[in-house]
Design a binder for this molecule. Sequence first.
Ligand code: ADP
Length: 168
Amino acid sequence: MNNTVICPGSFDPVTLGHIDIIKRASKMFDKVIVAVLVNMSKTPSFSTEERIAFLKETLGDLDNIEIVGFSGLLADYARERGAKAVVKGLRAMSDFEYEFQMALTNKKLNPELDTVFLTSDSQYMYLSSSMVKQVASLGGDISSFVPASIHAQVYERLKTGTRKELLK
Ligand code: ADP
């Protein structure tokens, strides 16, 4: 049976929380498509190409994972790719209401499509891309938030206004 699932997100930038969910999904399903949102409501800090490159650098060694840019309706893309489910990570109850609404909307648009929720690893429950951006832009250490292989690149791009400069 072909159990293909999709892990969608903006990954701006990818964090250890995202990687944990994607790797766990790759052990549970035959194939995981990591779909990087191209059209975001907010302008991303990293281009689509950069966000995809960071994911590829981190996950390149896992052969049942495909990393692609994606725009349009997730429900349509899932149908196109023959994916049975969307896999999302749940950090806290605050994620739940929005995720539940999205899951029901996707199910309405594509009745074949289910959503599977994986609980966040407890060490990543607080972690989000926006938090990483905030810490790095103030010159803080993000080494325990993003994968080691991309840490320096992500930090260099984000640390534009360090706390020192701001206090001058
Ligand atoms: P963020 O919410 O970090 O800005 P994305 O839109 O890129 O991120 O996230 C895509 C999905 O990844 C989220 O819907 C959520 O399911 C999952 N996710 C994000 N951060 C974490 C985390 N720290 N632990 C578990 N899952 C997460």
